[in-house]
Design a protein around this ligand. Structure first.
Ligand SMILES: Nc1ncnc2c1ncn2[C@@H]1O[C@H](COP(=O)(O)OP(=O)(O)OP(=O)(O)O)[C@@H](O)[C@H]1O
Length: 225
């Protein structure tokens, strides 16, 4: 892949749910690697669906998507989802400790090539997100929604994705925690070349990187810079 290859490309993508409602019609769009995109649009316009198309949680009815110049369909979905990571609005956990939840993806067969981080690293990540009073042996079911939302964010970042799809990552967070999540995504974009797409109803605007806005309007997406 050369520098000019878009990290994600939509080519004539049409998408509708089984009830027939067409959300995207003949959509073509290129997203540049290492950029920070805010995804805007009215409620129900398709922001979550747009993100879910990018890591194959939804499949287009027509057209195709590419990741780093290759059709999404040519990737093994679990490996694709490791590099193109979707963090959904409602945090999810398994019935286990905080440590086991953080390391969940490392137990998957497809991720056996990855080295799981040790407890010191996990603790420091929790500290960075104002979760310093949570022990790794704590059962995840005792966490609040806001704490779980941060846990899911940390868990995703441990996989070092290339593209981060954030669907309202701060919806359950207080102002300080929300800023930490948003600024961490921004810092990783600036320092590690992570491509970020963020749906957010907050007024967050990245300060260190020139962001772009993807505005969903009537089945199309306008790129505003
Ligand atoms: N699984 C589904 N089956 C049928 N329709 C769906 C499904 N998921 C979403 N929709 C519909 O598709 C449309 C877009 O939903 P989506 O969640 O992508 O919008 P959104 O812009 O993220 O909304 P919000 O800002 O309210 O979260 C909505 O009208 C929704 O009701």
């Amino acid at each position: 892949m050369d520098d000019k290859t878009p990290v994600i490309a939509f080519s004539k993508v049409t998408f509708s749910y089984p009830n027939g409602k067409v959300l995207f019609q003949d959509l073509s769009l290129e997203l540049a690697g290492g950029s920070f995109y805010l995804v805007h649009g009215p409620s129900g316009s398709g922001k979550s669906t747009f993100l879910r198309l990018i890591n194959r949680l939804e499949e287009p009815s027509l057209g195709q998507l590419m990741f780093e110049g290759r059709p999404l369909t040519s990737y093994n979905p679990p490996l694709l989802r490791r590099e193109v990571l979707y963090i959904q609005q409602t945090p999810t956990s398994v019935d286990a400790t905080v440590r086991e939840n953080l390391l969940l993806a490392f137990s998957f067969k497809n991720n056996r090539d990855l080295t799981p981080p040790d407890d010191d690293i996990l603790k420091s990540r929790l500290d960075n997100f104002l979760l310093n009073d949570i022990r790794l042996d704590t059962h995840a079911s005792t966490l609040s929604v806001g704490q779980l939302q941060r846990l899911c964010f940390i868990r995703g970042l441990l996989l070092n994705p290339k593209v981060l799809l954030l669907d309202e990552p701060a919806s359950a967070l207080d102002e300080e925690s929300a800023r930490i999540v948003e600024e961490t995504a921004e810092r990783m974009c600036v320092e590690s070349g992570l491509t970020v797409l963020m749906v957010s109803h907050r007024t967050f605007r990245p300060a260190r990187v020139r962001h772009k806005v993807l505005q969903i309007v009537k089945g199309q997406i306008e790129l505003l810079t």
